[in-house]
Design a protein around this ligand. Structure first.
Ligand code: ZN
Length: 167
């Protein structure tokens, strides 16, 4: 599949995946432009994407996010600031002893593992199927999505596509 910069449209080459699909990343120029912005305006830079995009650190702490993520989670900027990925998505494990990333279930977490892999290797991942057990309104649900990761500065850019509640 072709990869384009979702911000300026420049071609970023090919990645494994369906021929006729285009995936989005962020080119190094746009990454530089984003990281040189004032902290308060990074979120609006991410608003360019019409699906949820997050900028997280190596431990999946949320640093910046776009409006689509706030709509998806129903949380505002203050409620999301510096939160663990598990808390952002209300994963069943983040309330457990140890918290997000520290429970025995977390070693199998695709979200965390994909972010860590990209952070450590610098290599992007495209459309990795992820399922999370979440609790919303005291009800346990399973959500699935396809995530893509790319290292940007000292962060990982995480895109969430085809988000679906499986009941
Ligand atoms: Zn670009």
């Amino acid at each position: 599949m072709k990869v384009e910069c979702g911000w300026c449209g420049i071609s970023m080459g090919e990645r494994p995946g369906p021929e006729n699909e285009v995936s989005h990343g962020m080119c190094s120029d746009c990454a530089f432009r984003m990281l040189s912005r004032q902290e308060g305006s990074i979120n609006s830079f991410l608003d360019k994407m019409d699906y949820p995009v997050l900028l997280v650190d190596s431990d999946v702490n949320l640093k910046y996010e776009n409006r689509m993520l706030r709509e998806l989670t129903g949380k505002n900027e203050q409620q999301l600031e510096e939160r663990k990925g598990g808390e952002v998505f209300e994963c069943v494990n983040w309330r457990k002893p140890g918290g997000c990333g520290k429970t025995i279930h977390c070693s199998g977490c695709t979200l965390r593992n994909t972010v860590e892999k990209t952070y450590l290797s610098g290599k992007p991942s495209t459309d990795v199927k992820t399922t999370l057990k979440v609790v919303t309104e005291n009800e346990e649900k399973q959500i699935s999505s396809f995530i893509s990761t790319q290292k940007v500065g000292d962060y990982v850019l995480l895109s969430v596509r085809k988000f679906k509640v499986d009941g």
